[in-house]
Design a protein around this ligand. Sequence first.
Ligand SMILES: C[S@@+](CC[C@H](N)C(=O)[O-])C[C@H]1O[C@@H](n2cnc3c(N)ncnc32)[C@H](O)[C@@H]1O
Length: 200
Amino acid sequence: MQNGQTKTGGDFKLILREFARDPFAVATVCPSSPFLARHLANSLDLASAKVVVELGPGTGALTEAVLPRLRPGTRFLAVERNPALCAAWKRRYPKFDIIEGNVANLQQICAEQGIENVDCVVSGLPWPSFDFDLQQQGLTGVQKVLGPGGQMATFGYHIGLLMPGSQRYFKLLAEYFSRVERLPWEWRNLPPAFITRCTK
Ligand SMILES: C[S@@+](CC[C@H](N)C(=O)[O-])C[C@H]1O[C@@H](n2cnc3c(N)ncnc32)[C@H](O)[C@@H]1O
């Protein structure tokens, strides 16, 4: 483990390389820390979930905290837009499903996978750096696939709060969800991050 950030130097290099290629979509120079991953996984009732979807899993830093919390038989699906990250995730979790796709098409992806009601969405997506259309399409998809009382947990960085898309994004969250909670900062991450939990 390097500085508590990642299990392998390979993950670190891959994220950095993909960040250099597509900075607004990857939006981080290293995988999330195990501390942030645990914090986020513990913010959802994963143990009771029948269907869990992870958005933007990257190299799988959050996945590592999510999978051990699932009951046997829980359906898990990851959706990742970046082909190189998608392939790296599949090498790390060969028994689990990942679709190379865009969150903008989440409803269609879930329908094609035979998924109707999702209980928990784990999001590693850089929502504030998305343009308005993608924010709207992505959040519409999440809202539509979540079952009643379903929840999404997502994280953000301080720098993200300063981006022009951030205010617009938090406004949209309030429109799409009945409850939006900001959880405490996780300082043991580079950079420090906060978690937002949204309930349908
Ligand atoms: C900040 S990284 C988080 C990676 C990982 N979850 C972590 O915490 O270390 C954002 C991830 O979201 C993916 N992503 C960005 N835009 C996306 C989109 N429109 N649809 C699906 N995945 C997307 C990126 O390719 C990247 O893997």
